[in-house]
Write a protein that binds this ligand. Structure first.
Ligand code: G3I
Length: 331
């Protein structure tokens, strides 16, 4: 049949996928064009890959993803402008090899953001401006990153202001994982409410949605979406996958084939539920993006639980639609 995910959801929100340049040719590119109408660069727009040394930008891969999106009229999310990971070492060090001052680091951050956002101003409609700045530890508010150590909390405010200056039309997101966790959710709410109270230009919150067969519950997901919508923020699901090699599955008895069959059906139920919630809150949700195209290349296979392969997406290793696909499109 001719319909793809984007067609089933044309009256709801764009359906996106995180890509690398190897997804832009052959059967994978055909599947992308059939099913999706939005892209995110999985790695190629991050600070380390795109800005590897002070005076060198590496535009090649990001440009090819932008060209692909422009050629096929796909929306494009920018990921990401400020993160504690995949940040080049040079940015935190001054000419003498000492830790850079706050002013210098903010100047470097501003220059990076201005350069990257300006280049993609007419292609990227939404940026993950700050990624994963809130601590996972109950004892602290923000993650003790070099950004926080050198600049204090206002590196977050600055990053959003720099991005807005560079492209006043872009939607600006704060992006994080485990947002459903009540402690972390409360801290993220506090952070975003604070930014809004200071008039910092922020459009929405990115819920990464790296979920599993056992989480989230429908209630926790609804509570989380309503909480951030109550701030007047847009909500995007930015990195959706549903891990099948979660602890639950690892403890199950039976052959691998049997466990795979069970997890496929549980996965379909979980995808069905979360998309019921996404459709219910379409007023607040303006994008849902899967993290990777198919089970063949999921990032989760770099984080295997006890060596088990992971099958977290809607398309299998041969790019065929799985039971989970039908859980998403049949309602
Ligand atoms: O490009 C280099 C290559 O030159 C080198 O030979 C190779 C071996 O070291 O590493 C390659 O870089 C890898 C990069 O992916 C590109 O493949 C890094 O090692 C590897 O760490 C990196 O992993 C990415 C990870 O972010 C980095 O933390 C994953 O692909 C990517 O899916 C993942 O995505 C993140 C989101 O950006 C933020 N939310 C969480 C999500 C999952 O961690």
């Amino acid at each position: 049949d001719t319909k793809g995910l984007k067609d089933y959801y044309k009256n709801y929100f764009p359906i996106g996928v995180a890509v690398n340049t190897h997804n832009l040719t052959g059967n994978e590119s055909k599947l992308i064009l059939k099913e999706f109408n939005s892209l995110t660069a999985e790695n190629d727009m991050k600070m380390g890959p795109i800005h590897p040394s002070p005076n060198r930008y590496n535009w090649r891969n990001a440009d090819s993803i932008v060209r692909f999106a422009q050629k096929h009229h796909l929306k494009l999310r920018g990921h990401n402008l400020c993160w504690y990971k995949q940040t080049p070492d040079w940015i935190f060090v001054d000419h003498y090899g000492n830790t850079v001052s706050k002013d210098s680091l903010l100047r470097r951050l501003k220059s990076h953001i201005a350069t990257v956002v300006d280049r993609y101003k007419n292609s990227v409609y939404a940026w993950d401006v700050v990624n994963e700045a809130v601590s996972d530890k109950d004892t602290s508010f923000l993650r003790n990153s070099k950004w926080l150590q050198i600049c204090g909390e206002d590196f977050i405010d600055s990053a959003f202001c720099y991005a807005h200056e560079a492209d006043p039309h872009a939607q600006l997101f704060y992006n994080d994982y485990n947002i459903i966790n009540p402690q972390k959710r409360t801290k993220i709410y506090r952070l975003l409410k604070g930014l809004l109270n200071k008039g910092i230009p922020i459009t929405g919150v990115g819920i990464q949605a790296h979920w599993s067969l056992t989480e989230p519950t429908r209630e926790a997901l609804e509570t989380t979406i309503k909480l951030f919508a109550s701030l007047g923020l847009k909500v995007q699901i930015t990195e959706l996958d549903i891990s099948t090699s979660h602890r639950w599955n690892a403890q199950q008895k039976g052959s691998l084939v049997e466990r795979k069959r069970i997890s496929d059906s549980l996965e379909a139920l979980k995808y069905k539920m979360v998309f019921e919630v996404f459709r219910k809150y379409k007023k607040y949700i303006n994008g849902v993006t899967f993290w990777n195209l198919s089970d063949k290349y999921t990032w989760l296979n770099h984080y295997p639980l006890r060596g088990m392969r992971n099958y977290p997406l809607l398309f299998d290793t041969l790019l065929n639609r799985k039971a989970a696909y039908w859980g998403v499109v049949n309602w």
